[in-house]
Design a protein around this ligand. Structure first.
Ligand SMILES: Cc1ncc(COP(=O)(O)O)c(C=O)c1O
Length: 388
């Protein structure tokens, strides 16, 4: 039996090789410090687990969910946006429940583009955006993200041809992998750009809860007119350490939300209603757990950055997300440096070129181990005497 052509076109999972190498090292009994992955290391807060336990006992939740999710969760998403961002969302028409935002990001091209249409993707960027490109049979142009522009794309640098053919634009702030954050001015410029060129915008707000130095990340929908051109995808995976629960939502422009809902009517019966119920509780109850989580990541970031600078590694502190984007030393490619760290120091990091061509020259480090382990990691790197 042969796989379909479409399946064969899907991009190889770049990080599968890293996972394999790390697992081999672990199997040899080596004490690997894994900074390569993006999986939250903390448990889901107890009040959300209790909400799931109770909801799971309700026979009402054992039936098929309404196709478009339970009303409580759609309302909770709207209430969350009002409370956190002062953004008005209609729970009936402006919310789509997602089984994790990865699904939304992959299915959106299918919902709003035609084969051979073009979308604009950030480079470096979250690799799964490319899965949607292939499944939707569409093309893409990249928007390079440079440190000197705070990892924001420069729309003026795009050619007229690229601007004219773009129909869908993906953004992601706080940014994976660079740790960059967006400003309201940038989102306002995005709305102007999208209106001028008739482009749909989808902002991936996966790290919306994780901004450092007292700066709360801005929602795209806070920009005036944003709802005219786009949507935002929000996941509970990071904000509430619920990555395994597979729950998130999209909010914004009702036409785009309807397009997502129609696609999903054909693909899914929404999520386990008890998970939706617990997600609604997570969004509407005290956010103290998120405040604590953010403080934990900020302490880890400070340890990593201070220690790296102590050994002479010229690194810039990420402003948000739980990743740091660190330059590789002179004379190495991203992959060579990542291999060196694994082979000689038992440290796994993600090579920057796995996030796109403009990621070359960097590695991504996750702040997903304790401060002690981060200190230990830098001490091991210090012994390699790569920095002066
Ligand atoms: C930038 C970004 N977007 C989306 C996701 C997907 O999140 P989920 O499918 O868990 O909602 C991730 C997960 O790592 C991510 O880093």
């Amino acid at each position: 039996m042969e796989f379909s052509k479409k399946l064969q076109q899907l991009p190889a999972q770049f990080f599968a090789a890293l996972v394999h190498k790390v697992n081999s090292a672990l199997a040899e009994g080596r004490d690997v410090i894994n900074l390569g992955q993006g999986n939250p290391d903390q448990p889901t807060p107890p009040h959300i687990i209790e909400a799931l336990q109770q909801a799971a006992e309700n026979p009402q939740h054992h039936k098929y969910s309404p196709f478009r999710g339970i009303a409580e969760l759609r309302q909770a998403a709207a209430d969350f946006y009002k409370r956190e961002y002062n953004v008005d969302i209609d729970a009936q028409t402006e919310v789509a429940i997602l089984g994790g935002t990865k699904i939304g990001l992959v299915e959106l091209p299918l919902a709003v583009l035609n084969p051979s249409d073009y979308m604009l993707l950030p480079d470096p960027g979250y690799p799964d955006y490319l899965s949607g490109v292939v499944l939707g049979d569409v093309n893409f142009d990249v928007m390079p993200l440079f440190a000197e522009n705070d990892f924001l794309p420069d729309y003026n640098a795009l050619s007229d041809e690229v601007k004219a053919r773009a129909k869908l634009l993906y953004l992601n702030y706080p940014n994976n992998p660079t740790g960059g954050t967006a400003t309201l001015e940038f989102f306002e410029e995005t709305v102007r750009f999208a209106k001028e060129h008739n482009i749909i915008v989808s902002h991936d707000f996966a790290y919306g809860a994780i901004g450092f130095d007292g700066n709360k990340p801005i929602s795209f929908l806070q920009a005036e007119g944003a709802k005219d051109v786009g949507i935002e995808m929000y996941t509970l995976s990071k904000t509430f350490n619920m990555a395994g629960w597979r729950i998130g939502f999209a909010v914004g422009n009702p036409k785009i939300i309807e397009a997502i809902n129609v696609i999903q009517d054909h693909l899914f019966c929404s999520q386990f209603p008890a998970v939706q119920q617990a997600a609604a509780i997570a969004l509407t109850s005290s956010q103290d757990c998120t405040i604590e989580l953010r403080a934990t990541y900020e302490r880890r970031r400070n340890v990593l950055v201070d220690e790296a600078q102590r050994i002479g590694w010229q690194v810039t502190a990420p402003k948000g997300s739980f990743f740091a984007w660190l330059p590789v030393p002179f004379g190495y490619t991203s992959e060579q440096f990542a291999d060196l760290l694994l082979d000689k120091a038992d440290i796994a990091v993600a090579a920057g070129n796995g996030f796109g061509d403009y990621g070359e020259g960097f590695v991504r480090v996750g702040l997903l181990v304790s401060e002690e382990r981060l200190r230990e990691a830098i001490m091991r790197i210090e012994k390699l005497k790569l920095f002066h």
